[in-house]
Design a binder for this molecule. Structure first.
Ligand SMILES: [Zn+2]
Ligand SMILES: [Zn+2]
Length: 318
């Protein structure tokens, strides 16, 4: 099923043509629980991975900040129980007993062994216009350690770009970590890539343009530009929001170019009023849909250098 973001009521570049320099195409992924295969773009699904390439592991041991460790299977089962009970006023006795047994934390010693990273997302070039990555690649993969890290408030990630024709012998079953923090384990989701025009976050526009847009909004009672920009949710490309930090310019540590958004793990796919909810979905669909919950409900971004995919990427939480 396709997902269609409701179009904005009119084209704001008719009023402010200079905004054309501050817009770009984003690909909203619209992840929904499902059963993707490694041949699909997905969130939390199986990755197309060469069998002869070692699976990435995290060996940070004591460097982990541990909250509550659960087996991945226990997280999945407890989510099933919560989902089944969602439209009832309470759990059954059996559900309550099962939840109690599932929520017994796993021993912390488990993290002293190398912990396999888990698939967060993979995106095929065919699904993303302007796919960003080395020219000969057609698949982008994001993995992260499923545990908190003491020295950072965000997941520890690794990124891979692949040329799928080179993968003649794919890995059949990825290793699974013995324990995870629930908030970092995504549900397996199919995605519904939709290409949509995105606009730069209001406070990142040139000051004089901000002032003119504000004056125009006041005068006409026109749309709130902020509402129209920095599309929320899981997306590839487009513009990040700076709702937590306020505007900051992130530059590449290799070449000093301003970094741009590569990939967004959005906390919510739409706002409380349902703005950004696709036409095909009910607004009361529970969100976050992927099961990911970073910090106190933050968006989490991977920024990259537009000059070269070989330059270091940078995570940012907002
Ligand atoms: Zn780790
Ligand atoms: Zn650079």
């Amino acid at each position: 099923m396709v997902r269609t973001t409701p179009p904005r009521p009119f084209d704001i570049t008719d009023v402010f043509p200079e905004l054309r320099e501050h817009r770009g195409t984003t690909t909203r992924l619209h992840p929904r629980t499902g059963t993707p295969t490694s041949a699909d773009s997905s969130v939390g699904g199986p990755l197309l991975w060469p069998a002869d390439e070692p699976w990435p592991m995290c060996s940070d041991g004591d460097g982990h900040f541990l909250d509550k460790l659960m087996k991945p299977a226990a997280v999945r089962r407890s989510r099933e129980i919560y989902e089944a009970a969602e439209h009832r006023s309470s759990f059954t006795d059996e559900e309550r007993a099962e939840l109690a047994s599932l929520e017994v934390p796993e021993p912390e010693e488990l993290v002293h062994r190398p912990v396999p990273l888990i698939p967060v997302a993979q995106v095929y070039r065919r699904d993303v216009p302007g796919f960003i990555g080395p020219d000969d690649t057609d698949l982008f993969q994001v993995l992260w350690c499923p545990l908190g890290h003491a020295d950072e408030d965000a997941p520890k990630i690794e990124l891979f770009w692949r040329h799928t024709a080179d993968i003649t012998r794919p890995l059949q079953t990825a290793p699974e970590p013995p324990a995870v923090e629930e908030a970092y384990l995504p549900n397996a989701c199919v995605v519904h890539p939709e290409h949509f025009v995105d606009y730069r976050y209001f406070e990142m526009l040139p000051r004089d343009l901000q002032a003119r847009i504000s004056a125009w909004e006041k005068e006409t009672g026109g749309p709130d530009y902020s509402k129209w920009s920095a599309v929320p949710g899981w997306k590839v490309g487009g513009f990040p929001s700076f709702r937590m930090s306020g505007p900051i310019s992130m530059t590449c540590e290799t070449c000093d170019t301003e970094m741009s958004l590569l990939f967004a793990v959005g906390h919510g796919e739409w706002d409380e009023a349902g703005y950004w909810c696709p036409l095909e979905d009910p607004v009361d669909l529970s969100d976050p849909l992927t099961g990911i919950f970073i910090g106190r409900g933050f968006d989490w971004y991977i920024l990259h250098c537009p000059v070269s995919p070989d330059h270091p990427f940078s995570p940012m939480m907002q």
